[in-house]
Design a protein around this ligand. Structure first.
Ligand SMILES: *Cc1c(COP(=O)(O)O)cnc(C)c1O
Length: 421
């Protein structure tokens, strides 16, 4: 792809002119630096605020103000069904049936709830495979889960680490590990993408390998959702969870997303921790004894819809509907390839891109490991109005989200590196 790029600013200008998704940038609020909009490459941590969010919140405030408890059945968007308003968009984004997706709680809470549904350790089959260096919250969740069952994390958790001196995992190694543990393996719980390196994992093949040994395959899609289209149903993934405040722009603490394969979701016997919101609407308000879960992913809902945690996501997903996740991915591939190309035109740079070179196995993010001056470069970017994040020991994560980042933005990042370092 690099053959199509060049280092002139005109190239960036022309690419933005040709970009049919460019107008979405105007639908976001940007923080300001010296009176100018910043360039925002941190959508992998917290997405920007869609302009439409404020009016959407006002709508719910108005329902609450005007009809109070009547808002559950009346008002503009009856709150009784609020968790369902996001199903259509989310099903497209994660590639599943509408009955397989719901929103509730937040990511780590949902990870616990879903693992409790799917992890049934026995004396023979009790191990969980995960990636070494997973996001800390996922590590803590799996560690405390196995302790909850009276097991020792040292024997119950199998972590897969890159080969010495390498940063990324090979699918073959993941599959070998799954096969090695075979009958003792209860579950594979992997990140869909590693938050640090930006490596996308082969969820299809990992799921197949897990199923071949009769283990469950679950994924944390925090860095995948809204970044890369996936096909959870087709791949027969058992469960997945994600947060909505990164690429989905749902706002800090936004409601989390949950996918449960229909095989389990449609079966009321699938174990779960229940609450009234997961009960069938037809009998929910009878307040009777006996939990009758909804026969879809909503059967995992526990508490009353957290409307003000959901409303921003609902507004934001409207943009994904208009833009189309497949088209966003096409733009994202170009933006990130352009960033990579420009970085390679900087002969004096002492850095390594630790994200996979093959664009099929990464999303928007490139993780740049600077062997020298990493922190200094990061600080210069911030001072210049470019928001990127920094992780010791020298990694700058740059994530040009295609909804609100332009080729010009990527060019500016390159210019600063070129002219100052
Ligand atoms: C962002 C992120 C989290 C955060 O979890 P919360 O429960 O939303 O705080 C957890 N896991 C991964 C992999 C993440 O990227």
């Amino acid at each position: 792809m690099s053959g199509v790029f060049n280092t002139s600013f005109d190239f960036a200008k022309q690419a933005d002119k040709n970009d049919e998704l460019a107008h979405f940038k105007k639908q976001f609020h940007f923080p300001k630096k010296d009176g100018k909009d910043v360039i925002y490459f941190c959508g992998n941590s917290l997405g920007l605020q869609p302009i439409a969010v404020e009016a959407a919140i006002q709508t719910e405030l108005q329902s609450w103000r005007d009809v109070a408890v009547g808002g559950y059945f009346g008002g503009t968007n009856p709150w009784l069904y609020y968790q369902d308003y996001m199903k259509v968009s989310l099903a497209k984004i994660v590639g599943c049936k509408e009955d397989e997706v719901t929103v509730m709680n937040t990511l780590t809470v949902n990870l616990h709830l879903l693992m409790l549904s799917f992890y049934k350790p026995t004396s023979e089959r009790f191990k969980i495979i995960m990636e070494a260096g997973a996001f800390p919250s996922d590590q803590y969740a799996v560690e405390t889960l196995v302790r909850h069952f009276g097991l020792d994390p040292a024997t119950a958790i199998i972590e897969i680490a890159p080969k010495p001196g390498e940063k990324i995992l090979y699918t073959e190694d993941i599959i070998d590990t799954i096969e090695t543990h075979g009958n003792s393996l209860a579950m594979v719980m992997f990140g869909g993408m590693n938050y640090y390196t930006g490596q996308l994992f082969d969820m299809k093949r990992i799921t197949e390998a897990a199923h071949d040994v009769n283990a469950i395959a679950g994924f944390d899609l925090a860095h995948v959702v809204g970044n890369i289209p996936v096909h959870l149903h087709e791949w027969q993934v058992d469960f997945a969870v994600w947060c909505s405040y990164k690429y989905l722009n749902g706002g800090p603490g936004a409601v989390g997303g949950v996918y449960v394969n229909e095989y389990f979701a449609s079966d009321v016997r699938t174990p779960r921790l229940g609450g009234w919101w997961g009960n069938d609407e037809k009998t929910r308000f009878k307040m009777e004894k006996g939990f009758i879960p909804k026969t879809n992913a909503g059967g995992w809902n526990i508490s009353t819809a957290q409307v003000f945690n959901m409303v921003c996501l609902k507004a934001s997903l409207q943009m994904f509907e208009e833009a189309d996740i497949e088209k966003l991915r096409v733009k994202s591939l170009q933006l990130t390839a352009y960033l990579e190309y420009l970085l390679h035109q900087l002969p004096n740079q002492k850095f390594e891109i630790i994200t996979p070179v093959d664009s099929e196995w990464r999303g928007a993010q490139l993780s740049l490991y600077f062997t020298e001056r990493g922190k200094e470069i990061h600080d210069k970017m911030i001072e210049s109005g470019i928001i990127v994040d920094y992780r010791e020991p020298g990694v700058i994560r740059v994530a040009p989200a295609p909804l609100y980042c332009s080729f010009g933005d990527v060019y500016t990042f390159y210019e600063i590196l070129r002219d100052h370092f």
